[in-house]
Design a protein around this ligand. Structure first.
Ligand code: SF4
Length: 334
């Protein structure tokens, strides 16, 4: 299956000064460190992991908002062009973002219908009445009632604001929505509504989602494929049912064990990880997870496990699962 979006060995490192000496010493923050995946049209890839694991940086790289240190992002088979050029602006119509906090994504000084219509103005589409009519249609289709159209963001609830953000993201008919923690700023009572809306939007418009969240329950619900990230790398990837019922990587096992049943497999004990994740400025040698892994072996401290097929269409990076070196760069479609 051809991928709508594909990343190959995507890497983003930030040079910085670390404490030490008179002027500090040179260091490197490895935010994203060799991420490869493929997302087919109309499907959802969930990216999960603890804060600081590189999920949001991956999103910015995918959208071309940030240049990679190395590696590649391809959209419909073509490299994502350099930021702010005409080719990039044209491509951004097809790739939109839904942010975590809808209030900060909206302009408090403008009625929401004006903001939903704004991307059409930016790309020179339609007359003013046509743009407003299109905006009203789309707002109605995401469940906003007409009496809300002329209101300002602060007059809406959190769920209504996220619907406005979604309508604005959809108005240019994108092929890909990058959703960065789209429900984490919402009340629990309306999170389910927004999730159902996202699923409905995907069914109706055929848009693909790169869905970023630290909430495993939500990721399982919306994803066709799930990738688990740890310190800038994917450590396990697979279908949601398989991955949540039979997590293979010790880090995924710990994450899944912390979810209340019914997703926790029978007899699975809660695995409490010792300590905090290491800093991305000081990634441990070998397997980056080894200081916290109860199953670490001598080889784990010396050799970094590469992401490789472990059967059943799944990939994992662990010496327990892939003792023989395997191909690491090929991305697996959802
Ligand atoms: Fe644990 Fe070793 Fe596997 Fe890393 S490679 S997850 S340290 S067993």
């Amino acid at each position: 299956m051809n991928a709508l979006l594909e990343t190959t060995a995507l890497t983003r490192h930030f040079p910085l000064r670390l404490p030490g000496g008179l002027f500090g010493r040179p260091g490197l923050l490895r935010a994203v460190d060799g991420v490869s995946f493929a997302l087919p049209a109309g499907k959802t890839l969930g990216l999960v992991g603890e804060s600081g694991c590189g999920k949001s940086t991956t999103a910015r790289l995918v959208l071309g908002l940030m240049a990679p240190t190395s590696g590649a992002v391809r959209f419909e088979g073509e490299p994502v062009p350099a930021r702010r050029g005409p080719a990039w602006r044209a491509l951004r119509r097809r790739m939109q973002m839904v942010y975590q906090d809808p209030m900060s994504a909206l302009d408090r000084r403008l009625p929401v219908v004006t903001q939903v219509a704004e991307p059409l103005l930016v790309f020179g589409q339609g007359s003013a009445p046509e743009r407003l009519e299109r905006a009203r249609d789309l707002m109605a289709s995401v469940g906003l009632t007409p009496h809300l159209f002329e209101r300002y963001p602060h007059e809406l609830s959190g769920g209504q604001r996220q619907r406005v953000v979604l309508a604005r993201a959809l108005i240019l008919q994108p092929s890909l929505l990058v959703c960065d923690e789209p429900i984490s700023a919402l009340d629990v009572s309306i999170q389910a509504q927004v999730i159902n809306l996202l699923l409905d939007v995907q069914a109706r418009f055929g848009v693909a989602f790169l869905f970023i969240s630290h909430d495993l329950k939500v990721v399982r619900q919306v994803s066709d494929e799930v990738a688990v990230m740890y310190l800038g790398r994917i450590v396990e990837q697979g279908g949601p049912d398989d991955l949540f019922h039979r997590p293979a990587h010790p880090y995924t096992q710990a994450l899944v064990s912390a979810i209340p049943s019914p997703w926790r497999r029978d007899g699975m004990r809660r695995i409490v990880l010792e300590g905090d994740p290491p800093s991305p400025t000081d990634v441990p040698d070998g397997c980056a997870f080894h200081p916290r892994c109860a199953q670490a072996m001598a080889v784990c401290r010396e050799r970094r496990p590469e992401l490789a097929q472990i059967g059943g269409g799944r990939r994992a990076a662990c010496h327990l699962l892939t003792p023989v070196a395997a191909d690491t760069t090929e991305a697996t479609p959802c």
